[in-house]
Design a binder for this molecule. Sequence first.
Ligand code: NA7
Length: 543
Amino acid sequence: MTEHRSVDALVIGAGFAGLYLMYRLRDLLGLEVIGVDAASDVGGTWYWNRYPGARSDTESQVYCYSFSKALLREWRWSDRYPRQPEILRYLNFVADQFDLKRSFIFGERVIAAHYDDDAGRWQVTTDQGRRIDCRYLLAGVGLLSAANLPAIPGRESFGGEQYHTGNWPRQGVGFAGKRVGVIGTGSTGVQLISEIAGQVEHLTVFQRSPQYSVPARHGPLAEETQAQIQQNYDQIWARVRSSGVAFDFPEATVSALSVDEAARQAEFERGWQEGGGFRFMFGCFNDIATDPRANEMAAEFIRGKIREIVKDPRIAQKLLPDDLYAKRPLCDPGYYQVYNRDNVELVDVRAEPIETITHGGVRTRAGEYPLDMLVFATGFDAVTGNYTRMDIRGRGGQLLADVWADGPTSYAGMANHGFPNLFMVEGPNGPFTNLPPTIETQVEWISGLIAHGLREDRPILEARAEAESRWLSTCREIADQTLFPQADSWIFGSNVPGKARAVMFYLGGLGPYRQLLGEQRRQGYPAIRQSGLSAAARAADSE
Ligand code: NA7
């Protein structure tokens, strides 16, 4: 295909970020915009992650857009936490409301984007050979979609079915009568395992790290709760926008160390009963993620629950985490209970490492586990993977993957020095929150900045190097005040062999982040260098 188009802006991705980018740039700024997504339809993360049990663990009323009151009035969530099919229906509903699909090319993947300094434009290429040039390149590629498949030998020789949860077949998968193995017990594995344990003939869970998980407490949303959500919409979103993790629960202001043992246990019990992983970590006490003593108290409470729930003490022992409670907080629909079932077996791959995948199953140091199906719930090359897998070259041909080789940088998770007019939504070093409110914040800021540049006739926008390095220092300083850097997880890039361990989030909270961005806007965006077009670019533009 040799078709070549020239547009104002190109949006990569048709998930929460890409759809909203399209709406703002096309309909509010009046730009000519094209979107490209490798999937056959909208949905992003929720298009690909169709594994059984997939759902958001953010409560429905804030796992959505807030920019349109009409959307809010017309959409009804059915559950406390929305399931994947419902989120996909919601994103289709939004796309249809604003007629967004007509501006997307589906089924094509952007593989390269090169900045032409003379023209002040990006030259973008897809895997189908299509070329599009654009002034603004907007990446709504998500932070958790580049699948991480561990390099376990023998994978190609496996005779049964095998899947990665992030690339689940659209037609679904049958489990009845099958011996199924699951590798990975992060938030995906925990959801999947809980859901399929009752459907499979036999389930073997290959666990590398035991997890701290609290009950989610799923359930239908009652009519009156829905009515209350509708009525209190403005207050809910005002609360979310000024909060830390943007989950719409009261964030704790009290230290776990400031109360006596009985009060502490009562508070943990309240968190356990209310449900929700972020709610437990950030709603019970304000220092669980920052003070090792408070952290251990929360960790020990959860360990106590595991010992209570799991009847066989040997299995309970394998499930007990002994590290910090400082990964992405998990919640589940009855995960530990699964290990009381006769058809479920837990393999501790630290004690008996996986040696190879064979034609008939998985062989560990201790023996062979026969399987008909193997599911990789092994997560993602998170945050940076979607960028570094593309050939993105900025000014002077510098490759983004090289610039980020020792760890990613950005200004506010959105812009990079050396990469003018490339904007990322949920890029590295953005806030660590419930995602839709941060996505809205960033899309609105980016579209405001583009409008500002166009108004001022200085459309070339590039993060200043000093602003970027200050931002990185800020992110590091805040991260170092927490316990997260001390735990091995995707939050700091330590889940992918060979990937630089680096700070990848701004852990300062959505409220402070929004204040900072608001200040930038009011001051005319001092962190962003704003230039006019070169004479050559002007001439090319007027052709
Ligand atoms: P995660 O949270 O990265 O979890 C991946 C899991 O896979 C985790 O338990 C890993 O063990 C395990 N894993 C990875 N590689 C291996 C190998 N080689 N052998 C055994 N086990 C392995 O990904 P998720 O998909 O669950 O969740 C990612 C985010 O997506 C989630 O936080 C949500 O926000 C959405 P480990 O713990 O590293 O020892």
